[in-house]
Design a protein around this ligand. Structure first.
Ligand code: N0T
Length: 538
């Protein structure tokens, strides 16, 4: 179906992010599109490695593959461009029925210029590095030099012009500009050119956006001056490249963040200073209007931290895209709160068989012999893929909600009369999750569910109309109640329908749940189930 659709829509609408009432949606070929994505390992961007990519992405059930395109690979000699890898990639993606997000690894990749061509990264005169306050030379290139910006921009324009030519059907749906920018080890460039700018006035656009008085960086931002200065100039640099690329070929563009700890960030430079961390998202959006959003790369395994990150990056101004998340088992459950935060996509990192694993950031080595290491992510995509378009539409039109199994679900599983582990309020109704990891004892059992080796459950909910909800998930028992603030009335579960959406987005009922299936909560186990629940008062 995707194939037919994309053929019909050839040369029609460009992929785009649309926003309305503070919610966002990606549209591809004019239709809502949820990126059930996977990102490859860093050095998988060569034709020799592609055979190790597609099979892993198929096991993942991914509809989108995120792939680097390195500056060093497309412009090894200044002014001589080679896009043969891009051509091969795009054609193989079509054969494998995948969309692509290209990652422009250039001036900054994990803050370093390692993916810049040698003629760039070895020429410190023409492409100056950052200088620390004590005069030490940083490994990272400075954003303060036009020569660097112009060189990167020129290559990026070539890439986008080439794409426009070879990809009328929009196999490539989005482009990431740079990768985890910022700098470690210092908070800004203290070189003479940078210092001069630092001593000048903060741009009016920035002070007025933040509602601040004008003045020098030091006057306006005090202790945060260095980081704010660096963020503004990094964002302006990246934004100018994105704008130039979009001018030739207007695909949605974004840049991604090496996160700082949402609760205990510590000083800038300990985390990537000047990158799109949570404290400067607004600066990026202001200085780089050509970027649609900035995205979090999640390598935190605690529910509380991930929830905090989702809240920080899912805002009325910033569409949420999980551009990277660790591919170890226990990260998979964060798919649910991501969807519940209105994410336009989700991408575990390192999803190929090229022989590298970023454990302990992510999981252990993937190979065709270890499909069970992909399965926690694959089963989530299997669950949502049949309703992906519907979900993207619902999340665009109204509130949706999602939750992951807690870090230690054993606590939540024990006490049947105990409090709900988490709850959510929609209008006059309240939902609760309890008893994660149910397997063999489901209905009336008061036994402690056996649980799994790692937390993996989750639930998503979307209201369909008044008193009606769409619910799906895994390994969780869902309860209902009246909202504490709602008037007390008699109520019941009117109907619970199990079903699916057909190709035209119409609901197809398969059966009605009742009796034991609804008397003890709605039980989601380890198989895909989609329920439509109607609550009523009497
Ligand atoms: C990521 C990946 C790749 C809580 C690491 C993560 C990818 C880049 N960087 O495998 O290199 O290209 O975007 C940085 C994680 C920082 C540590 C956070 C500890």
């Amino acid at each position: 179906r995707t194939a037919t659709k994309s053929v019909q829509a050839q040369v029609t609408a460009l992929p785009e992010i649309i926003s309305q009432d503070g919610r966002h949606m990606l549209r591809v070929d004019g239709e809502p599109f949820l990126m059930l994505a996977g990102q490859v390992n860093n050095s998988s961007n060569y034709a020799s490695q592609l055979p190790e990519v597609w099979p892993a992405m198929d096991v993942l059930n991914a509809n989108t593959v995120m792939m680097p395109v390195a500056w060093e690979q497309v412009e090894p000699v200044e002014g001589e461009f080679d896009f043969s890898f891009v051509d091969e990639l795009v054609s193989q993606a079509r054969e494998n029925d995948k969309r692509l997000v290209l990652l422009w690894f250039a001036t900054w990749k994990n803050t370093a210029p390692k993916y810049a061509p040698s003629w760039v990264k070895l020429d410190n005169e023409r492409f100056p590095r950052i200088i620390h306050e004590d005069g030490e030379l940083s490994y990272a290139l400075s954003p303060m030099h036009r020569s660097t910006l112009e060189a990167d921009k020129k290559a990026f324009i070539e890439l986008m012009s080439h794409l426009k030519e070879i990809d009328p059907q929009h196999t490539v749906i989005m482009v990431q500009v740079q990768n985890e920018s910022g700098v470690y080890g210092t908070d800004r460039d203290y070189g003479p050119e940078a210092q001069e700018v630092f001593e000048g006035q903060v741009p009016e656009a920035l002070t007025s956006m933040r509602g601040l008085e004008s003045g020098t960086w030091q006057e306006v931002f005090g202790d945060d001056a260095a980081e704010m200065f660096h963020a503004w100039h990094m964002a302006s640099f990246i934004g100018e490249i994105a704008a130039a690329g979009r001018e030739v070929y207007d695909l949605p563009m974004y840049t991604n963040a090496a996160l700082r700890d949402p609760f205990y960030p510590g000083p800038a430079g300990g985390y990537a200073s000047g990158g799109p961390t949570d404290n400067v998202i607004d600066i990026y959006l202001e200085a780089a209007p050509a970027l649609e959003f900035v995205s979090p790369d999640i390598y935190m395994r605690q529910n509380e931290k991930v929830e905090a990150v989702l809240d920080l990056y899912a805002t009325p101004d910033n569409a949420l895209f999980i551009s990277e998340i660790g591919n170890d088992d226990d990260y998979a459950r964060f798919f649910f709160p991501s969807m519940g935060s209105g994410a336009i996509g989700f991408a575990p990192f390192g999803m190929d068989y090229t022989g590298y694993a970023n454990y302990p950031l992510g999981g252990r080595l993937l190979s065709p012999e270890t499909p069970e290491r992909i399965e926690p992510f694959a089963r989530n995509y299997r669950l949502v893929a049949p309703m992906a378009e519907k979900w993207a539409q619902l999340a665009f039109e109204g509130p949706v909600w999602g939750v992951a199994e807690p870090d230690d679900s054993a606590d939540q599983a024990i006490d049947l009369s105990g409090p709900w582990s988490m709850d959510v309020h929609f209008d006059q109704w309240q939902f609760g999750m309890r008893e994660w990891n149910m397997r063999d004892e489901i209905a009336q059992s008061v036994d402690v569910p056996e649980g799994n080796d790692y937390p993996n459950g989750g639930v998503i909910v979307a209201p369909l109309g008044e008193n009606e909800f769409l619910i799906t998930g895994y390994d969780a028992r869902v309860f209902f109640g009246r909202d504490d603030d709602a008037p007390e009335v008699n109520w019941l579960i009117d109907t619970v329908e199990e079903g699916h959406y057909d190709e035209d987005g119409n609901w197809v009922m398969e059966r009605i749940w009742n009796g034991d299936q609804t008397d003890y909560g709605l039980n989601f186990i380890d198989r895909p189930l989609l329920l439509r629940v109607r609550l009523a008062t009497y």
